[in-house]
Design a protein around this ligand. Structure first.
Ligand SMILES: [Zn+2]
Ligand SMILES: [Zn+2]
Length: 130
C-alpha cells in the first residue's frame, strides 16, 4: 500500500512521525485533510522532459490560473489562510506525475508550499466550504 500523502510504500513512510512534514503542515492551519485517494499509485520516475513541459505549461497559464483560484477560494493560502506570498501549488506534484492543469492546482503561501514539498495534500475542498 502507498501512503496517500507522500506516495511512498507505507512501510517506508514517515508521515505518522511526530515531527513529520505533514504534521507541521496540518499544525499551521489547525486542521486535517482527508487523504487523496488516487486511482493509481503516483509515478516516481517522471522523465526530465515531462517535468520541463509541465513547468512551462504552468508558467504560460500561471497568471490566469492564479486569478481563477483566487476568485474561487479567495486570495489566500488554502491551508493557513495567509494572504501574502501566494504561489500555485500542484496538489499532486509534477515529480509524482501530477499535471499543470487547473484541477490539480491550489493557492498556498510560500511557507506552506515549502513544507508540503512533494506531499499530496488537497486543501481546496475545505477552502470552498468556508
Ligand atoms: Zn507518507
Ligand atoms: Zn499557508
Amino acid at each position: 500500500m502507498y501512503c496517500s500523502y507522500c506516495g511512498r510504500l507505507s512501510h517506508r513512510c514517515a508521515c505518522g512521525a511526530p515531527e513529520s512534514d505533514i504534521r507541521r503542515f496540518f499544525a499551521r492551519a489547525g486542521r486535517r485533510y482527508a487523504p487523496l485517494i488516487l486511482a493509481r499509485p503516483p509515478k516516481w520516475a517522471v522523465p526530465p522532459q515531462i517535468k520541463r513541459r509541465e513547468r512551462a505549461t504552468l508558467r504560460r497559464h500561471s497568471r490566469d490560473w492564479f486569478r481563477r483560484l483566487a476568485a474561487d477560494g479567495g486570495e489566500r493560502c488554502a491551508n493557513c489562510g495567509a494572504g501574502e506570498k501566494l504561489v500555485l501549488d500542484h496538489v499532486i506534484p509534477i515529480a509524482r506525475g501530477g499535471l499543470s492543469q487547473l484541477d490539480n492546482l491550489q493557492l498556498l503561501c510560500a511557507e506552506c508550499n515549502r513544507i508540503k514539498g512533494k506531499l499530496m495534500i488537497d486543501c481546496r475542498a475545505f477552502t470552498r466550504r468556508e
